[in-house]
Ligand binder design. Structure first.
Ligand code: SF4
Ligand code: SF4
Length: 201
């Protein structure tokens, strides 16, 4: 019976003279490991607004709305980190691999849930024939640069890169009632219109 007591006494004395294992947060900042999964953060230089991260978010912490009434038409991607579970799916499936990262920021408690919402906007490219959403302008330019010489097989990407993206969408003459014409070849087209054009050609 005495042996366990002696062992406990030894542990107690050792603990008194050992460094503590708890942190002094909030008196001192708590340093988390390098690979800690904290608040997701967009890198607006490398994020192209493609929406792939929205599709894989299991909690709908990431949502997306295409506002076609806005001038210019805009995609809005919203992150609510009050519903984020820090799973990392968005980071792991990011198209550009750098558009969103999980930071080391973990002290996110707040009484104001509205402050946990952030929205980023990306200009949309619409089909010049039927007005359907093709994607964001940043996404088209990223594809052009990614494809290199192969991009020359796709007139839409060429035009996008060569500055046609600067055309204001309201200035684009859309002719949804007219059949697709051969001269539509040099326009920015959605996959459906491009398919119709290829059949006609
Ligand atoms: S970490 Fe997970 S839950 Fe949070 S935004 Fe990314 S995909 Fe959604
Ligand atoms: S998948 Fe990456 S590039 Fe696409 S919208 Fe999300 S963060 Fe941006």
């Amino acid at each position: 019976m005495r042996l366990p007591k002696l062992r406990e006494l030894k542990e107690a004395v050792t603990a008194v003279f050992s460094p503590r294992f708890t942190t002094r947060f909030p008196a001192e900042p708590c340093v988390v490991p390098e690979k800690y999964r904290g608040k997701p953060e967009f890198d607006l230089d490398t994020c192209i607004g493609c929406g792939a991260c929205v599709n894989v978010c299991p909690t709908e912490a990431l949502t997306q709305i295409d506002d076609l009434e806005a001038n210019p038409p805009t995609r809005k991607i919203t992150l609510r980190y009050d519903t984020c579970i820090f799973c990392g799916n968005c980071r792991d499936n990011c198209t550009t691999e750098d558009g969103i990262k999980l930071s080391n920021e973990w002290d996110l408690a707040t009484l104001d849930r509205e402050s946990t919402i952030e929205t980023h906007e990306y200009e949309l490219q619409l089909c010049e024939k039927c007005g359907a959403v093709i994607g964001t302008k940043k996404h088209l330019i990223w594809l052009y640069e990614k494809l290199g010489p192969l991009a020359y097989t796709n007139p839409s990407l060429l035009i996008a890169k060569s500055g046609e993206l600067l055309t204001k969408p309201q200035d684009i003459e859309q002719q949804p009632d007219k059949d697709i014409q051969t001269n539509d070849f040099m326009r920015i087209l959605c996959p459906k219109c491009k398919c119709e054009l290829n059949i006609r050609l």
